[in-house]
Each structure stands twice: as C-alpha cells, then as structure tokens.
Design a protein around this ligand. Structure first.
Ligand code: MLT
Ligand code: MN
Ligand code: ZN
Length: 299
C-alpha cells in the first residue's frame, strides 16, 4: 500500500492566519516549513484507487498537489470520492464541503461521528442538493469485521470519547475519536493513523508494535506547551493530546516501534515545526521522526 501524506498540521495549519507565534512567523519566513491540515491519501496498490483518511479544509489543494490524485480526462472526473474519518472534528471534515462537485462521496466513520455530521454540523442536509453522500459503517478493530476500501481492510481502534467542541453536549461514546487501522490483505502489511491520542492504552501500544508504519499524534511537544504559549489554560493531555516528551509523553512508550513512527498533527506552537530545534535530536535518539507534508510511504 501507498500512504501519501497530504498534510501534517493541527487545526489552523502552519502558519495559522491569525497567529504570529514563533512557529507561524517562521513558516511565513521559510515557506518549506508550511504545513497543511493533517490527512492522508491511501492507495491499495491494485486497481482499487485511493481513499482519503480525513477531509481537511485544505483538501482541494492537497489533491491538486499530487498528479496521481488529479482527475483523468475521461468520464471519471473525480477519482477520489472515498473518505474514511477518524473523528468529527472540523479540521478533519470541513473538506467534505469542498468535495461537493463529486457525483458521489462515500464516507466511512463510526456511529457517533456520523450522528454529529448528520445532525450537528449538519453536513448531510447541506450537501444533499449537490452530491450523493453514501454513509458506511466503520467497524471496530478486533470485531472481526472491517470495511473494504480501495482493496484495503480498514477498521477503527477506539481512542477516546473526545467530542468536537460543536458537539460537546452529545452523549459520551468510546468511538468519538479513533485510530484507523489499515491492512493490505496481500502482503499483510499494516498502517495505523492516530492523530488524536488522548490517553495511552495497552491496546494502542500493541497496535503500534504490530504496525509497519504509524502516524501518531504529535500535536504538542510537552505537557505545558499550550499554557506556556498562551493558547489555552489547559495542558496538552487536558486538550486531548498526549505530549511527545515528558513522563506521560508518547515517545518513551514506543520502544522498538519508535523507528516506524512519524509524528503528525503538529500544532503551530510545537517547536518541532522548526527543523533546527534541538528536540529533533532528542527524538532521533528514541527512534520516531516528524512527518512532512508530501511524504510518500510505501509498505
Ligand atoms: C483537536 O485536535 O484537538 C481539535 O481539532 C481541536 C478543535 O478544533 O477544537
Ligand atoms: Mn485537530
Ligand atoms: Zn502560531
């Protein structure tokens, strides 16, 4: 399978339009540091084509940036109309509105996510006059079931009940936020995409250890980053994102799997957005690296 990394930034992207923090200022000065919202295009290798993992507000530019994702000249004008969602966050779903020119959009997601996108945003009502939305159940990993998308087996590993802020009063559910587990049934290779890890679990550790490549929540470098930079009164984990470093951080928990991990969903306050920051060296010692926009990973 092929993973095309379409973006690696948390909400707002890098730079964020209303922010002049060192990370955003650095990205304005050095265009190579710019990052679009995190998302992937995934190809099964066969004739099954691509699917998107999340549809970000940048989705049209992201598709346009890669020749393999552009439309052909024949009747197939919209080659990418399959979207698998990790959650119902605005930064992972607003791109569905930008895909409205498609004749049909197939969407796979968990039950609470579908509920939020049907009733709270409400994407279904808005998009129905433009295109045909077809909703599919995204089975939970370990249930023995999976969705077959682009020739790949896709399932959801529940991560937390973190609801989008616009749906904060919706009932709790363990699958509001999930990791996507993607398995290529031919070679048996596996990828895991987990852009919002609110808490560590043995199950997550096992899935990471068994995956050939992991795209992991790298929103914040350390627990105090949101408070120190003034973007929130909460800590990183209080905002639903375990930090990379520190005693509760994810980097130290990776063990031997570290070398197969790429951090994504970087917030604009994260020092790792500066390629010269010393944190890159500390991270390299533990194995994981930072994902970059337009990276292609072949498994
Ligand atoms: C998150 O990743 O925590 C969310 O996207 C934040 C938000 O937009 O509320
Ligand atoms: Mn986010
Ligand atoms: Zn900023």
């Amino acid at each position: 399978m092929l993973l095309r990394i379409l973006g690696t930034a948390a909400g707002g992207g890098l730079p964020q339009w209303n922010c002049a923090c060192p990370g955003c200022a650095g990205a304005r000065l050095h265009p190579a540091r710019r990052r679009l919202h995190d998302g992937l295009a995934v190809h099964g290798g066969g004739a099954g084509g691509w699917f998107l993992a999340n549809a970000t507000p940048d989705v049209a530019e992201q598709l346009e940036s890669h020749p393999g994702l552009r439309p052909g000249t024949g009747e197939d004008r919209t080659p990418v109309v399959r979207v698998v969602l990790t959650d119902a966050e605005l930064d992972h779903t607003l791109g569905l509105l930008r895909l409205r020119e498609a004749a049909r959009i197939d969407i796979w997601c968990t039950e609470p996510v579908r509920g939020a996108l049907g009733a709270r945003l409400p994407l279904t009502d808005i998009l129905t006059p433009y295109t045909t939305l077809t909703w599919h159940d995204l089975p939970l990993a370990g249930s023995g079931r999976y969705a077959e998308v682009a020739g790949l087996e896709v399932s959801a590993l529940p991560l937390s009940d973190k609801r989008p802020r616009y749906a904060a009063d919706e009932p709790s559910h363990p699958a509001w936020s999930v990791a996507l587990k993607v398995r290529d049934p031919g070679p048996g290779t596996r990828a895991l995409y987990a852009p919002a890890v609110a808490a560590w679990s043995d199950r997550l550790g096992t899935e990471i250890a068994e995956a050939d490549r992991v795209l992991l929540d790298g929103t914040f470098l350390d627990e105090e980053e949101p408070r120190r930079t003034g973007i929130s009164r909460r800590t990183a984990s209080g905002m639903g994102h375990l930090p990379i470093e520190g005693p509760e951080g994810t980097a130290r928990r990776l063990g031997g799997a570290g070398a197969r991990v790429l951090y994504t969903h970087l917030n604009n306050t994260n020092p790792l957005t500066d390629p010269g920051d010393r944190a890159h060296e500390r991270l390299a010692g533990l194995g994981p690296r930072v994902a970059e926009d337009r990276m292609v990973v072949s498994l």
